[in-house]
Write a protein of this length. Structure first.
Length: 185
C-alpha cells in the first residue's frame, strides 16, 4: 500500500471550523497519511502564496474542505480582503484544473467534515457531477471512504471471470428434439 501526502486547503471560517480541520489532520496522521496545512507550518516568516502553490503541486492530493467561506471564495464571491490565503489557493487549483483537467480532477478531492454539506463545495469542483467525500464523524469510520481512495484500497474488487455458459438453441440444429423432428420430416 502506498501512503500519500495531502495538502489540506480550507478557509478560516471560524475557530470551530479550524478546530475541526485540525482534528481531521490529526486523524489522518493517526493512520499514516502525511498532511500539510497552515496549522502545522513552521514559525518562519514566509510568502504564503508561494508556500501553498508548492504544497499543492508536490502533494499527491489536495483535500478541499467544504464550508460557506470556501464556497464563497471558490465561486468568486469573496471580497478582496476576505480569506486571502483561500483566494490564492483557489486561483492555483483553478489554474491546475485548466491546465490538465484529467490529472487534477483526480488530485483535488472535496471533503465535507461533520456538519458540512455538498452545497458548500465550490462550483468549479463540480459538487454534483464529480465524487465528493463526506466525513460524517471524525473517527476511523468517518474517514473510511476517503481513506480507501487515498490509499487505493477499493471497497469491492472485480472477481475473476469464470467459464462461459454454453446454452443450446431453443430451435433449429442443436436444440432439444431437433434430430427426432428432422427424421420425421
Amino acid at each position: 500500500m502506498q501512503l500519500p501526502t495531502v495538502f489540506i486547503s480550507y478557509t478560516h471560517d471560524s475557530e470551530k471550523h479550524q478546530e475541526a480541520v485540525l482534528r481531521f489532520a490529526e486523524l489522518l496522521a493517526e493512520y499514516r497519511i502525511y498532511s500539510v496545512n497552515d496549522l502545522w507550518a513552521d514559525p518562519d516568516r514566509r510568502y504564503w502564496g508561494e508556500w501553498a502553490e508548492k504544497c499543492i503541486d508536490e502533494s499527491d492530493y489536495t483535500l478541499v474542505i467544504a464550508s460557506p467561506g470556501y464556497r464563497r471564495v471558490g465561486n468568486g464571491e469573496a471580497t478582496d480582503d476576505e480569506n486571502r490565503g483561500g483566494v490564492w489557493e483557489v486561483a492555483h487549483l483553478r489554474e491546475r484544473l485548466q491546465q490538465a483537467r484529467s490529472v487534477w480532477t483526480r488530485r483535488i478531492l472535496p471533503v465535507m467534515l461533520p456538519g458540512r454539506t455538498v452545497s458548500e463545495i465550490p462550483t468549479f469542483l463540480q459538487p454534483y457531477g464529480c465524487t465528493h467525500y463526506p466525513v460524517p464523524t471524525l473517527d476511523a469510520n468517518g474517514i473510511q471512504t476517503l481513506y480507501r481512495d487515498l490509499t487505493r484500497q477499493p471497497e469491492y474488487t472485480r472477481p475473476e471471470l469464470g467459464e462461459p455458459m454454453i446454452l443450446p438453441p431453443k430451435s433449429g440444429p442443436g436444440s432439444p428434439g431437433w434430430e427426432s423432428r428432422r427424421r420425421r420430416a
